[in-house]
Design a protein around this ligand. Sequence first.
Ligand SMILES: [Zn+2]
Length: 358
Amino acid sequence: MIYLEMSRDEQHGGGTWGFTNCIWAPTEKRGERGSWPFWEKVLQVREGDVILHLRGKTPNAHFVGYSTASGNGFRTTKRPPDPGEWGYASAFYRADLAGFTPFYEPVNLDLIFHERGPELESYFDVNKNQRTGKANLFFVRQAGRLQCLNGAYLSDVDEELLRILFGESTGLKASASDYVIVSVKTGSQIANIRARLGQSRFSHEIKEQYGNQCCFPTCEISDPRFLIGSHIARWSDNEVLRGHMGNGLCLCLFHDKAFELGLFTLDEHLAVFVNPRERESESLVVQNLLKMEGRRINTTQMLPLPDALLEHWIRVDVDPIASNSRNNSGASWSSDPTNAKAAANLHSGVSLDHRITK
Ligand SMILES: [Zn+2]
């Protein structure tokens, strides 16, 4: 997800609570019961989410850059060293950030309101008229003009709003006015946000699909904090397979690392195949992997795509089919026409129109 932090003061908490270190908000209103959706939203933040930073007061409010949440939002009774007007609160919501990336050229909010007025107004109206799942937006349409909503500390941004605010993907101008608002260099930074967002959504969906369970045979890790929705073919290497659920595996941190390093791959039966160059290693990691060699991973309905596996074999330079047939002349897959076809296709890189079947 993308969130927008709108903060007017430079200090904002100070110390490790300061700007770009974290986002935080009080848990209750002063002298009143209840919180405020733009504060509670901090609790919804999940590791990997993108936080856009809007700083300063109009007409000098600028989008100055973005950060990534380094953990999930939480509630704490620890206090910012300089809570300012929020000092009355007995507890705070907080989410830690990392990797603050300043925009090459900060983007002026008033300019966006001016240039993208009609689009933002209709976006606002559509959202307002939604029965359920209304987004909490940082701006309102009031008395015929757009302005920031007071107190909208942390708000929702979806891909549509991102497009309206900053234009199309790579900063290439769709019209003359687009260029005025977002320079090409800043536009490419924003394209980066889009790509990151796609990756985190992918990871989330893969984990869900595998029921939040590492798919390595007999691995019992099911704590989502220790699971990764990994790509079989690397995100950057393959545009076609990029968002395809068949290009994902849900693995725990340990097995993800081993897969990423190519200590093991999966053969055409989706069974664990340890990298032959690693077999003699005394590493306990490899010894552990070897115990499960030949065992099939735990799959769901969407099986890993042969094309994706083939890319992994190429990248880590192993060939399970050739090795299996060398080690076992009567390899079961070769006598099974379906698997032989899969194997042939894997070798030629031709996409199978059906999935590998055991
Ligand atoms: Zn595992």
